[in-house]
Design a protein around this ligand. Structure first.
Ligand code: GLU
Length: 387
């Protein structure tokens, strides 16, 4: 089995980032800045998302294009828009973008939902969990969440800035098994493919698989750029670095290739795959147990130990006796029984501060104490490895 086949075999949820250049009218010969939103390309991707959904996968979209669509509608031709002008573009463009998605997806009998995020939302644990829960509830109902940055209300300093980074964060947030970044380039080349090849020099080659993002890769990526996309190749590579460290593969492909989605889902060697699995996909639990450094230790009582070890259950606050270490939501922790024997490792849904407050409490008490930040499990069984 190839690496790509193994990745496909493990997919439950896929995050797809659609760059502005993929859904723009650029083929109509206008300058990149005034090209506007292409309904045809949005319809094309509605068909492709339907194709993926019909395979039984959840799809979360991260779509750019609000500012581009807004520029067209407000007839801003010039490049140097002020921040409020860009935000105005995002405000008018975002609703037009969603309107276009909604109409196209409706034809395919798919419902869409808009979620606008900012850096502040993702930094704040309560809002992070709210976003996670909202997306999970939408997926449960078969809806396709469409996410963008909340450009109209975020000032530059607290912006995520580019949707490559946002898509990586979303992939981690929803525990995706694959992030696909649709761009207007074929993937990462070993040198800038737009430069003229001097006679005798080798042509730029597409790199099909990158198993580690090192300085060389970042340097190569830093050189290629594109005026329409915000981040160019470097933000894609950094996004892939982030997802890889979370155990999620990322595929950067050319979204202007009409067959690219079918090619991906039949394991063809398209684009650049960023994945450290090296022929053998690394199991997420293997990653939790062996790759992450535990940030603390939880001591659990005998009832909880039995529930975890013998009945494959999640860890609830009621079974918690002692919390050691300072950690945040999402950190890896070691679990020990009352005699100090290590029984497993997992990713925690609460910070050490919060756990101190809720340890030993019943679910109903935790709910009223934590309010909006309530999470039923301290560690969900999907995020837990029992030794
Ligand atoms: N959020 C921006 C928009 O929708 C795009 C940012 C990006 O493409 O990275 O226009």
């Amino acid at each position: 089995m190839t690496v790509r086949e193994e990745i496909l075999k493990n997919i439950k949820t896929v995050v797809i980032k659609i760059g502005s250049s993929v859904i723009s009218n650029r083929d109509k010969g206008r300058s990149a800045l005034e090209c506007g939103l292409s309904k045809d390309w949005v319809r094309h991707y509605a068909r492709k998302i339907k194709f993926i959904r019909d395979k039984g996968y959840n799809v979360v979209l991260v779509s750019s294009g609000a500012i581009m669509a807004g520029r067209e509608r407000l007839e801003f031709g010039r490049a140097d828009l002020t921040i409020p002008e860009k935000q105005a573009c995002a405000a008018i463009g975002q609703s037009f973008l969603m309107h276009t998605y909604e109409k196209a997806f409706e034809k395919k009998e798919l419902k869409v939902a808009q979620i606008l995020l900012s850096h502040e939302d993702l930094k704040n644990r309560t809002r992070y969990l709210n976003a996670k829960h909202t997306i999970e509830a939408l997926l449960e109902k078969g809806v396709v969440p469409i996410i963008n940055e909340n450009d109209s209300v975020t000032v530059e300093e607290i912006k995520i800035g580019d949707n490559d980074t946002l898509s990586a964060t979303v992939a981690c947030l929803v525990d995706a098994q694959l992030l696909i970044i649709l761009s207007d380039v074929d993937g990462l080349y070993d040198r800038d493919p737009s430069l003229k090849v001097k006679s005798g020099a080798e042509k730029a080659q597409l790199i099909s698989h990158i198993s580690k993002v090192n300085e060389d890769i970042e340097r190569i990526a830093g050189k290629s750029n594109n005026r329409l996309t915000v981040g160019g190749m470097i933000t894609k590579v950094l996004a892939a670095k982030k997802t890889m460290s979370f155990g999620i593969p990322t595929l950067v492909v050319n979204g202007l290739d009409e067959k690219v989605i079918e090619n991906i889902f039949t394991s063809k060697e398209v684009g650049t795959l960023f994945w450290s699995g090296k022929g053998k996909i690394r199991d997420r639990k293997h990653w939790i147990a062996h790759t992450l450094k535990p940030a603390g230790t939880l001591t659990i009582d005998e009832g909880a130990r039995k529930a975890l070890v013998e009945r494959g259950k999640s860890l609830l606050p009621a079974g918690l006796i002692m919390v050691k270490g300072k950690f945040e939501f999402g950190n890896a922790l070691t679990l020990v029984d009352e005699s100090g024997n290590e029984i497993g490792r997992g990713l925690v849904n609460y910070s050490s501060r919060d756990l101190e407050q809720i340890k030993g409490l019943k679910t109903s008490a935790v709910k009223s104490l934590m309010g909006e930040s309530y999470y039923e499990e301290v560690i969900h069984r999907d995020d837990l490895v029992v030794f």
